[in-house]
Write a new protein. Structure first.
Length: 276
């Protein structure tokens, strides 16, 4: 069961030796760049690189399959909803109309709309793998210390560290509640219809929320008893200095943002238009 949890897992490779702060800065800058641009060349390059980083980090598919499938479902749902609300949006963006499927009424498919939806789906392959890589290669305590190192107040850094630390615990609690529900006869496997599975999983969310609130209250009380926040500064059990690799990682992220801005000027906007 533990193999399905998204959280820090020790390993070897340059990703594990990078500072948590540099990885967070890279993730935020690259995600913002990929979310703002619709240049297929850039987001495809970032998406392929993100997937290759999984190989370098020795992260196996079974470790992340559940989360990737879960996010993939919502990505597909988002693409479908965008199409249903405005099937002709691609035409207005690219200024052309090449009909691939006549459809019915206002629902038809053009090359321009398909290209726009492809770019929209491709964005998920840029951000989701980077987010998973960040969670699985960053030790929470080391990440908190590196945040504090670059000027973030240690209270905020510790709060972020606790969030990362308890992500696997929340996932484990979810699986335990799900198994107990299945033991009571609630069918949540792939044998059941999709809507019933969604409804069944939503029933798990309520006890999971109450369980998480109880855990938060326990941790908060323990921190108060230990007089957390009394001093202006604190030491860290795990502390890593910034290296040249961290600086290069941040510089690479800044370069990607710079390339994004240059593409805005080159494309006369956010969209890359192959029909011009």
């Amino acid at each position: 069961m533990a193999n399905h949890f998204i959280g820090y897992q020790s390993g070897q490779g340059f990703l594990y030796h990078l500072s948590g702060a540099s990885k967070l800065i890279f993730f935020i800058l690259v995600s913002v760049a990929c979310m703002t641009t619709y240049d297929t060349r850039l987001i495809a390059l970032v998406a392929v690189t993100s997937l290759l980083l999984f190989k370098l980090a020795n992260i196996r598919w079974k470790q992340v399959s559940f989360v990737i499938k879960f996010i993939g479902f919502f990505a597909l749902l988002n693409v479908i909803m965008v199409y249903l609300f405005e099937p002709s949006y691609g035409e207005s963006i690219y200024g052309a109309k090449t009909v691939l499927w006549q459809g019915y009424g206002r629902f038809y498919l053009t090359s321009q709309e398909l290209f726009y939806l492809f770019n929209l789906a491709l964005k998920y392959f840029c951000t989701v793998p980077l987010a998973v890589l960040f969670l699985m290669t960053t030790h929470p305590s080391q990440f908190a210390s590196s945040l504090n190192q670059i000027g973030v107040p240690y209270k905020v850094a510790y709060a972020v560290s606790l969030t990362l630390r308890y992500i696997p615990d929340v996932q484990e609690e979810f699986y335990m509640i799900r198994m107990s529900q299945e033991a009571r006869g609630l069918e949540l496997s792939s044998k059941e219809k999709l809507m019933k599975r969604i409804k069944g999983n939503l029933q798990i969310v309520i006890p999971l929320i109450f369980s998480s609130l109880e855990c938060i209250d326990t941790v908060s009380t323990a921190m108060e008893l230990r007089r957390f926040g009394k001093n202006k500064k604190r030491t860290w059990y795990t502390y890593t200095n910034f290296t040249s690799a961290d600086i290069m990682t941040i510089v690479l992220a800044v370069l990607i943002v710079a390339v994004t801005l240059l593409l805005f000027k080159w494309n006369h906007g956010r969209f890359y238009n192959p029909w011009q």
